[in-house]
Ligand binder design. Structure first.
Ligand code: SF4
Ligand code: SF4
Length: 68
């Protein structure tokens, strides 16, 4: 399943909220992280894994670079 959970898990989310706007099925809610000092996306169980939220995330390039 591909969603922004991987961005959060890698610690490269900056809280821009673009993924929230991209998920047309409303499976993302933003939750404030006191540890990080900004909101992070929380993905609901109904997520289809369409990957749209990852596609719009500007930090996905960091993810790609890390996996190379
Ligand atoms: S689009 Fe990426 S950086 Fe922005 S809130 Fe979502 S996961 Fe975080
Ligand atoms: S993968 Fe698709 S359904 Fe799941 S949170 Fe991202 S945009 Fe929403």
């Amino acid at each position: 399943m591909k969603n922004v959970g991987i961005i959060v898990n890698e610690g490269i989310c900056d809280g821009c909220c673009e993924c929230l706007r991209a998920c047309t099925s409303n499976n993302i809610s933003m939750v404030y992280s006191f540890e990080l000092g900004h909101p992070i996306p929380c993905v609901a169980h109904d997520c289809s894994g369409c990957g749209e939220c990852v596609r719009v995330c500007e930090n996905r390039e960091v993810l790609k670079a890390q996996s190379m």
